[in-house]
Design a protein around this ligand. Structure first.
Ligand code: ADP
Length: 566
């Protein structure tokens, strides 16, 4: 029962945790148990009415009538309360997970992997809510059974002890079988993470699979392997639950046989009492079956709850969302001996830095270097998305502490190469948001493709180059002090490259923005005020664009993907 108790405690916690939520939960449990006991008492009353042979006492009739109303009323109450809990629980649980995800350092999220997060949000949360819905029904059936046992004791107590012994043996073996089943379900759930990852391969890697028959064949075979393994584990889990139901039924009829065949030999029992006893036992079959079915679902929910708890533990606790002040203009931004490294095989560890460089307001810095030289990593460190492992970032001479990282990040607008486009223009202060957005859409040559109304974009379903231009719209509207573009121009045609480097960037600089532009377009390096070159995670050049070009750096072949020994 400890798993059920843990699940119960967990459900109480996720149903809001407030006093009101706890009370509602207690109400659900009380109403569920009450309606079960009322049903057992109702059936007992029917039996007694039958035995009274047409001349029942007034008290018996009154009890019968009260129970008649009490049972459906309590059942409805339990249902009503549970709907309230699930309504808040569903939202609370999902939002709590989402809040934790956005509060968690980016690096930890990258290590956890997207598939695990999505699987928990999409699948486990649903199963936990199913358990909440089922809870009053399970409690109700459990109390119907307890009520029946009490009734049987009242009917003829000498037959109760052997019956209780059989029930206890049943409970122990059922618990054992549930545990066996849950081990399989947990293994299946583990495989589901892998399956989920592979399913993303199908939806997001369709092109790559369509153009390569052998890759497609191998990928599909692997995915089928995982799907089969997953189903096998789930089937074995279900099989244990099936064995549990079958053996419970066996035990149940053994109880009937015990009473019917051995009972009269054990104690002297009047035939009418024996008949009522057996009828009452037979009536326990329905609630027993429903209880066992419910227990199997609760078992699966326990696995889902464990998974969510485990994930929650590796995510950060969200801080209260106190509105941050609008970022002030800054005078100096320095990176002092900053490093970041990716964990991996010891001799394949990539280390960025130690980097020491300063940015001044209003300058346009091009960050250049071959693929894998650490430019994107540098961008993430500069934006405070990766905390420096050593060294510090100083803004206006003051070190940015971990607690101040969120406020620090508000100085930046960024378009990364794996950017995400939101369909709404959110979090932008503008008197005429639609008007501003339309002006920028025209400047980005998107006015015929995208309309904007009430801060909503009509579409984000565009070519990659157009999507990137739309991402630029966000950066324009946010109007932050530093704009970072990671290989923004890579997907643009020559005409729009020209527009970007010769018009958009100088215009942003003229507006006082500091620009950090990661670029491979060496024909435009002359536009920059300054060039910072990275090779194997180290700054190998930091000076004016003219110096960089004079030194012939632009002609250098790109550095080979930078794997640096630790
Ligand atoms: P660039 O932007 O110059 O192409 P990156 O900063 O993306 O370079 O990558 C620098 C190095 O860090 C590469 O060797 C890359 O393999 C490694 N790297 C980048 N991102 C990760 C990551 N999420 N996990 C592990 N290694 C990474």
């Amino acid at each position: 029962m400890s798993d059920l108790a843990r699940l119960l405690a967990y459900l109480v916690r996720v149903s809001g945790g407030s006093r009101r939520a706890r009370l509602t939960f207690a109400g659900v449990i009380a109403a569920g148990i009450g309606s079960g006991l009322a049903l057992a008492a109702l059936i007992g009353a029917v039996n007694t009415l039958l035995a009274a042979g047409g001349a029942p006492s007034r008290a018996l009739v009154a009890t019968f009538l009260v129970l008649l109303v009490a049972r459906p009323a309590l059942r409805f109450l339990a249902h009503f309360l549970v709907l309230r809990i699930t309504e808040t629980g569903f939202v609370t649980l999902r939002m709590e997970l989402c809040r934790r995800v956005v509060a968690t350092p980016l690096r930890r999220l990258e290590e956890l992997g997207r598939a695990r997060l999505t699987a928990a949000l999409a699948t486990d949360v649903g199963q936990i809510v199913n358990a909440m819905v089922l809870l009053p029904t399970v409690l109700m059936h459990a109390s119907v059974l307890a009520g029946f046992l009490a009734y049987l004791g009242w009917l003829f107590w000498p037959l109760l002890p052997p019956l209780l012994l059989l029930t206890a043996a049943g409970a122990v073996s059922i618990r054992w079988m549930i545990r066996r089943g849950m081990v399989r379900v947990a293994a299946g759930r583990q495989l589901y993470d892998r399956l989920f990852h592979q399913m993303r391969g199908v939806t997001e890697g369709t092109k790559e699979l369509q153009v390569h028959q052998r890759r497609r064949g191998e990928f599909m075979a692997r995915m089928e392997g995982t799907a089969r393994e997953h189903r096998r584990e789930m089937r074995l889990g279900d099989l244990w639950f099936g064995v549990m139901t079958a053996s419970s039924e066996l035990l149940f009829f053994l109880a009937v046989a015990l009473v019917l065949l051995a009972g009269p030999h054990l104690v002297a029992v009047p035939p009418a009492t024996l008949a009522s006893f057996v009828v009452a036992i037979l009536m326990m079959r329905g609630p027993l079956e429903a209880l066992l079915d419910g227990t199997a679902v609760l078992g699966q929910a326990t696995v889902a709850a464990r998974k969510v708890e485990e994930l929650t533990g590796s995510l950060a606790a969200p801080a209260p969302d106190v509105p941050l002040p609008a970022p002030r203009r800054w005078r100096s931004l320095e990176l002092d001996g900053v490093t970041h490294s990716y964990r991996g095989e010891a001799d394949e560890r990539f280390v960025l830095g130690p980097l020491t460089l300063a940015l001044s307001p209003g300058e346009m810095v091009f960050v250049v270097g071959g693929n894998g030289s650490g430019k994107t990593t540098f961008a993430k460190v500069l934006l405070g998305l990766y905390a420096p492992e050593s060294g510090e970032i100083r803004l206006d001479g003051r070190a940015v502490e971990p607690a101040g990282m969120d406020a620090y990040r508000q100085h930046f607008s960024a378009v990364f190469s794996d950017f995400f486009l939101f369909e709404s223009l959110m979090g932008v202060d503008a008197a005429d948001l639609d008007g501003d957005a339309r002006r920028y859409l025209s400047a980005l040559h998107l006015q015929h493709k995208v309309r904007v109304s009430g801060g909503e974009l009509s579409t984000v379903d565009l070519s990659q180059g157009q999507r990137k231009r739309l991402a630029l719209l966000g950066a324009y509207l946010e109007d932050r002090h530093v704009c970072l573009f990671d290989e923004w121009a890579a997907d643009q045609d020559p005409h729009f490259k020209e527009v970007f480097y010769r018009h958009l960037l100088p215009e942003l600089r003229a507006r006082g923005k500091t620009l950090v532009v990661i670029s491979h377009d060496d024909q435009y390096y002359g536009v920059a005020d300054r060039v910072v070159r990275l090779d194997y995670g180290q700054v190998t050049f930091d000076g004016s664009a003219a110096e960089y070009l004079d030194g012939g750096h632009a002609a250098r072949p790109p550095a080979f993907a930078g794997a640096v020994a630790a």
